[in-house]
Design a protein around this ligand. Structure first.
Ligand code: FAD
Length: 285
């Protein structure tokens, strides 16, 4: 099913992100996680793709399992920074063979020691390529706090418009911890004529190490309320987990009340946390 058709202005959809196991672990190691997550009945599940070739091999197999064994729509990520156009074509062919027709077209990050290939410079070029290849519904990534490499918020949003004009039918945001950042960003998108649905990316923080890693990777800013929670509960894993879940629930309630198209939960392959959030949201979903 075309994911775009799931958006409805009267209801916020909830989707999940999962990642394939590391190359050193067998693919079966993620099956239990998939089963538990799919039993929570998300609108769809997206599967990440390693930009450096790490774990990308399993993206298709996992997406296919989600779609065919659990009857949940799958969104397969695909990156281009380390791929030639013929390598991208073979991945698309594999997706087609497995009946995967929703893809999240990404540039990916340059990985140290792997020089980027030159066929695609930006996700908008990959989007255009997939669009002309045909047979896929395409999504794109967006950054409420600006992509870390962008010159300014203005150029970043102009570049995002190029991606949407190239064929991105809906957008999924990078994680953020202050909803006002997301609301301002959405308003700016509408002002420049980006009118596609934008899903809010929510990552529950369940331990201090995770947040330090996330902030260094994507530069998310942390509101004072959040920092107070970390300072108070950072050394108490169970309390930190519960506070992280409560914070994510609070964000979700506000996003739903504001009528967002969708919430994309970065599950970190943790069904326990996803379940607690869904239970807390109850009839709001
Ligand atoms: P782009 O849209 O190409 O943007 C990258 C930078 O280039 C931005 O600064 C933008 O302003 C600039 N730019 C874009 N177009 C132009 C242009 N025409 N001219 C000049 N500048 C331009 N990474 C993975 O490796 N695997 C994954 O599975 C994965 N999943 C993700 C899912 C989501 C929802 C998000 C938000 C990110 C994900 N990432 C993933 C990370 C992503 O690959 C990185 O953030 C990467 O740095 C940018 O990818 P992009 O597709 O947003 O790039």
């Amino acid at each position: 099913m075309k994911i775009l058709d799931m958006y409805n202005e009267n209801k916020t959809i909830l989707s999940f992100e999962v990642f394939p196991p590391k190359k050193t672990s067998p693919i079966e190691s993620v099956y239990g996680v998939l089963e538990e997550l799919c039993s929570l009945n998300p609108a769809y599940v997206s599967v990440t793709y390693g930009a450096g070739g790490t774990a990308s091999d399993n993206t298709c197999a996992i997406a296919s399992r989600i779609k065919h064994d659990y009857n949940i729509e799958a969104l397969a990520h695909i990156t281009c920074v380390n791929s030639t156009s013929s390598e991208v074509e073979s991945v698309l062919e594999e997706f087609k063979k497995n009946d995967i027709d929703n893809v999240l077209a990404l540039r990916g990050d340059v990985v140290p020691d792997i020089p980027p290939k030159t066929d695609f410079k930006y996700a908008s070029e990959l989007t255009e390529f997939i669009k002309s290849y045909g047979g896929f519904h395409i999504a794109g990534a967006c950054y409420p706090e600006i992509h870390p490499e962008a010159e300014s918020d203005i150029t970043d949003i102009i570049n995002l418009k190029k991606k949407v004009d190239a064929g991105a039918e809906f957008l999924i945001s990078q994680l953020f911890y202050d909803n006002n950042t997301f609301y301002d960003f959405t308003k700016h998108c509408r002002l420049v004529g980006i009118n596609v649905p934008i899903e809010a990316g929510i990552m529950p923080v369940i331990n201090q190490k995770q947040i330090q890693r996330m902030v260094s990777l994507c530069g998310a800013s942390l509101p004072a309320k959040f920092v107070r929670i970390m300072n108070r509960y950072g050394d108490n894993p169970e309390a930190m987990r519960d506070a992280g879940i409560a914070y994510a629930v609070d964000q979700c309630v506000d996003l739903i009340a504001n009528g967002v198209s969708g919430i994309h939960l970065y599950t970190m392959n943790n069904p326990y946390v996803a379940r607690r959030i869904i239970e807390a949201l109850g009839k709001l979903l």
